[in-house]
Design a protein. Structure first.
Length: 628
């Protein structure tokens, strides 16, 4: 099945074009905003060729195709008429979806995800420094100073990064945000870590009774200051005249928010943050590894819910306070077990499609992204997913018992080894990963997957997919002759000024330079595609040929101006029926070519697809012969 055929089936299973508001894609997933989730045939989509999994989250139906393939599938579904949107537009629309808790967690993710790379880099620098120390190397004083710059800077200015990112997410000026954040850690203020150590440095007393220190290492206060600051800046901008905006808005924002940040929000939420940190550590330090067992067991469930970004806040808090992150090892155990369960399915199955899906999905999990393994394999067969939760819980408990704590966050499993080299815990980390893998693999292989049952249902599933997406069991193809849908002069397809058509990538056929602005049906057929813009039609003939009639080159940019469709998707037509009309003068006025392509898109299903017309063609003239 080629990409275009898969794209057609995806659109049908989504409930048709009329059920799709917009489509975008990221590195691995097609992200579709649908009008009615109930119209999606999820079983059909999940069983389509090249689909690695699908799930509904954050207001989007996300179909996993994998890196590279998703770009091609996106191009195909757009070419077939799905409306597009940018990822930012889709994110804004998705942000309105879900309950208040889900929206809040997504906001945490939007704020902290851009900060993670520098925390990762800092953790790796710590690992390298620790490795050199473990090897007995004595570093010169200037090199030691340089390594401290590498490992400490991100945490020293962490509030500045958090306020900057929060301003960005909430619509404030990020430059104002970062300056405000840096004010909170100014050298003019007593260093929070120095004050906390109980030495000679003490808090400043403003107005004789308000103790004020810098907010070094603070996360939650910086986040709240960023939220309030961004909203305050937007409110100020609404009342300040445009001519004064450049001068007044930043001045008022920084003045008011620095006062609130240092004297109100900072002190209050620093206390709140302290209690959150105490509670987090209390859970992590439960006896007998119970904290790790609990977190390791539920982490991948939280990933399924889409609110796992809450861990970013907690991990950054732990790193800022102690430069150690126990969550990292526990999360690694959960992800390793998830990947191991996928490997077990891939080893046990005799289904070649499932094998080609399982092993890349498992590799993705071992590199730190478990969604392909979860939605593509484990959750699809249910038992592997829940057995992997058990293995992840045991691995997480072991991580807690061993006292594992990474020097950073954001990387796990294989890349995560770098976070344990410098702190002397590499062997313990590898032991935990090995235990998690063995348990996840063994439990799934022995109890979680019965290949015989799945193979027995595969043929039936494929049949159901075909019936669901085409409306009937595919008929045997027949030889047939197509008549011209356009009156005019025949043009060789290779001479068309569009490489997509002239190369034959879409299939073989002909082109016609129109002398009339009417599109006719080339055979008895069902309308499978009727673009709202009226510039193209897709038909499936009663003998099985799939025909695309595309009026003009790049005419989709006219947004329907000069075109009028006379049929809709699902209509039955006879050869010679009018499908639509167009105005060649308007096409020419738009600077476009009205040459019309007639393509047999399922050319690969035939022994030959050959043009049989030259010169001028009139209504009813034969133009293409297809032979099986």
């Amino acid at each position: 099945m080629n990409n275009q055929e898969i794209a057609k089936k995806v659109i049908d299973a989504l409930g048709g074009r009329e059920n799709v508001n917009s489509v975008a894609h990221c590195a691995t997933r097609l992200r579709v905003m649908v009008k009615d989730e109930g119209k999606i045939n999820k079983e059909v989509i999940e069983n389509l060729e090249k689909v690695q999994g699908a799930f509904f989250n954050s207001g989007q139906y996300q179909i996993i195709f994998g890196t590279g393939t998703v770009n091609k599938m996106y191009d195909e579904v757009v070419a077939l008429g799905l409306p597009t949107s940018s990822k930012d537009d889709m994110k804004a629309e998705a942000a309105k979806q879900g309950n208040w808790f889900q929206r809040a967690i997504r906001t945490f993710g939007d704020v902290f995800v851009p900060i993670i790379p520098v925390i990762v880099a800092t953790g790796l620098f710590m690992g390298v420094r620790g490795l050199l120390t473990a090897l007995g190397m004595t570093l010169p004083e200037d090199v030691t100073t340089y390594t401290q710059i590498l490992t400490d800077t991100a945490f020293i200015i962490l509030p500045g990064l958090v306020v900057w990112s929060t301003f960005r997410v909430f619509g404030g000026n990020p430059a104002v945000g970062i300056v405000l954040g840096m004010m909170l850690v100014s050298d003019s203020l007593p260093n929070a870590w120095a004050v906390a150590s109980g030495g000679e440095v003490t808090a400043m007393q403003f107005f004789g009774f308000i103790p004020v220190v810098g907010l070094q290492g603070s996360v939650l206060p910086a986040f709240i200051i960023g939220v309030v600051g961004a909203k305050f800046e937007k409110a100020v901008r609404k009342v300040v005249p445009d001519v004064l905006d450049l001068l007044v808005t930043p001045f008022v924002t920084l003045l008011v928010m620095s006062i609130l940040g240092l004297f109100v929000i900072g002190p209050v939420f620093h206390v709140v943050e302290s209690y959150i940190l105490i509670g987090t550590k209390a859970i992590l330090n439960l006896p007998f590894g119970l904290g790790g067992f609990l977190i390791g067991g539920v982490h991948q469930l939280i990933v399924v819910s889409g609110v796992h970004h809450i861990f970013n806040l907690l991990e950054v808090q732990l790193l800022a306070a102690d430069h150690a992150n126990p969550f990292n090892a526990i999360i690694t155990a959960a992800m390793t077990a998830q990947g191991a369960a996928t490997v077990a399915v891939g080893v046990k199955t005799k289904n070649p499609k499932l094998k080609t899906l399982a092993f890349p999905a498992a590799l993705s999990a071992f590199l730190g992204i478990t969604e392909p393994a979860i939605f593509g394999v484990n959750l699809r067969f249910r038992k592997p997913f829940f057995l992997s939760l058990i293995a992840g819980a045991i691995g997480g408990g072991l991580a807690s018992i061993l006292g594992l704590a990474g020097t950073g966050n954001g990387i796990t499993v294989i890349p995560g080894t770098m976070l344990y080299i410098g702190n002397g815990q590499l062997l313990q980390y590898l032991l935990m990963v090995a235990v998690s893998f063995v348990l996840g693999f063994a439990l799934t292989y022995m109890f979680g997957y019965e290949d015989e049952k799945e193979v027995a249902t595969e043929v039936e599933t494929e049949r159901l997919v075909q019936e669901e997406t085409t409306g009937n069991i595919p008929a045997t193809l027949q030889n047939e002759t197509l008549v011209t849908p356009i009156v005019g002069d025949v043009v060789a397809l290779a001479d068309v000024n569009d490489p997509v058509f002239s190369s034959g990538a879409m299939g073989q056929g002909i082109a016609v330079k129109p002398s009339q602005g009417v599109v006719y049906a080339p055979a008895d057929a069902e309308v499978s595609i009727a673009f709202p813009t009226g510039h193209a039609f897709g038909l499936k003939t009663t003998d099985g040929a799939e025909v695309l009639i595309h009026v003009g080159i790049d005419t989709v940019t006219m947004n329907g101006e000069g075109f009028e469709a006379k049929v809709a998707q699902g209509d039955k037509v006879k050869a010679g029926d009018v499908l639509g009309t167009f105005d060649s003068n308007k096409i020419a006025a738009a600077g476009l070519d009205d040459t019309t392509m007639v393509i047999v898109t399922n050319t690969a299903d035939y022994a030959s697809v050959a043009p049989v017309a030259t010169g001028s063609v009139a209504k009813g003239d034969a133009v293409i012969e297809v032979k099986i």
